[in-house]
Design a protein around this ligand. Structure first.
Ligand SMILES: [Fe+2]
Length: 136
């Protein structure tokens, strides 16, 4: 049971979304190129902090199911932060009348939302159930 759970979390949620994230970066690169701006150079301190929180769960000792529940929560905080950023960028693109750019950003926003829903599904159907049974 636990092996299947880890496999679904790793393959279905994290690795699938990693591939999507690479496409998100590529889309952002093309948007920045289109507006003749550099796409690198700024470090997002908030995102660094969110990733660090996730790393704490990865390294944590204790029950693996409880740890995974925490890791999913940390991953979902990242997804929500990304959704806020892409939603803002999309709204600004619309405001500027660049519907093509807004559509590209909406596509990424949708994928971030789907990643979050997938994590919710895995947590609520499996991980939280397993973790709950360990702390009662
Ligand atoms: Fe994401």
């Amino acid at each position: 049971m636990r092996d299947l759970l880890i496999e679904e979390l790793r393959d279905s949620a994290f690795e699938h979304h990693l591939e999507e994230t690479r496409r998100h970066v590529s889309r952002l690169d093309s948007i920045f190129k289109q507006i003749d701006e550099k796409s690198s150079g700024e470090t997002c301190e908030a995102m660094k902090g969110l990733v660090k929180e996730g790393e704490i769960f990865i390294k944590a000792e204790g029950d693996p199911d409880v740890r995974d529940a925490g890791l999913i929560g940390a991953a979902q905080r990242v997804e929500h932060y990304e959704m806020a950023g892409y939603g803002t960028a999309r709204a600004l693109a619309r405001r500027l009348g660049d519907n093509q750019m807004a559509e590209i950003l909406q596509q990424t926003l949708n994928e971030e939302g789907e990643a979050n829903k997938k994590l919710t599904s895995i947590a609520e159907s499996q991980v939280n159930v397993a973790a709950d049974s360990k702390v009662r």
